[in-house]
Design a protein around this ligand. Structure first.
Ligand code: RB5
Length: 147
C-alpha cells in the first residue's frame, strides 16, 4: 500500500515544532510535503494555511498539519477553505476524536502551547485514526453543505 502523504506548514512561531513533527512523521515512513515557512523571519500564517489546504483539497496530500504560536490563527484560516475541516487541538483525546467524529483533515498545533512529545503523540493519533462515518457522516455532510 502506498504511504499516506502528509502536508505540513507553519509560520515563524511554529517553525521549530513543525520541523520536529515533520522529522517524526518521516521516521515513521510517511511522505511529508513541507510548504514552509523555512526561516524564523516573521511571516503571515494565512499564507501557509492556504498552501496546506490547497494540497489537501487537490489530493496531493491525505491530511494536513499546521503549526503557529497557538494553532488558532491557522485553524481560523484553514476553515475558510471549502472541503477543509481543521481542528486546533491541545490534547490527545481531541486529536483522536476530531478524526473519529469530525473527519478533520487538518490538525492545527500551537508551538507556544504544547511540547514536542505531546505534539507527536497527537499527530500519531490524528494520522492513524479513521473517521467512524455512520451518524457522524450525516453531521459532516451538514458541515460540508455550509461551504
Ligand atoms: C504570531 O505571533 C502568532 O500570532 C501566530 O503564530 C498565531 O499564534 C496566530 O494565531
Amino acid at each position: 500500500m502506498e504511504n499516506k502523504s502528509i502536508v505540513i506548514g507553519c509560520d515563524h512561531a511554529g517553525l521549530i515544532l513543525k520541523q520536529k513533527v515533520a522529522a517524526h512523521l518521516q521516521e515513521r515512513g510517511f511522505d511529508v510535503i513541507d510548504v514552509g515557512t523555512h526561516t524564523a523571519e516573521s511571516c503571515n500564517y494565512v499564507d501557509f494555511a492556504h498552501a496546506v489546504c490547497e494540497a489537501v483539497r487537490n489530493g496531493k496530500a491525505d491530511l494536513g498539519i499546521l503549526v503557529c504560536g497557538t494553532g488558532i490563527g491557522m485553524s481560523i484560516a484553514a476553515n475558510k477553505h471549502t472541503g477543509i475541516r481543521a481542528a486546533a487541538c491541545e490534547n490527545t483525546f481531541s486529536a483522536r476524536m476530531t478524526r473519529l467524529h469530525n473527519d478533520a483533515n487538518v490538525l492545527c498545533l500551537g508551538e507556544r502551547v504544547i511540547g514536542y512529545g505531546l505534539a507527536c503523540d497527537m499527530v500519531d493519533l490524528f494520522v492513524d485514526t479513521e473517521f467512524l462515518g455512520g451518524r457522524h457522516q450525516v453531521r459532516v455532510d451538514a458541515l460540508n453543505s455550509l461551504d
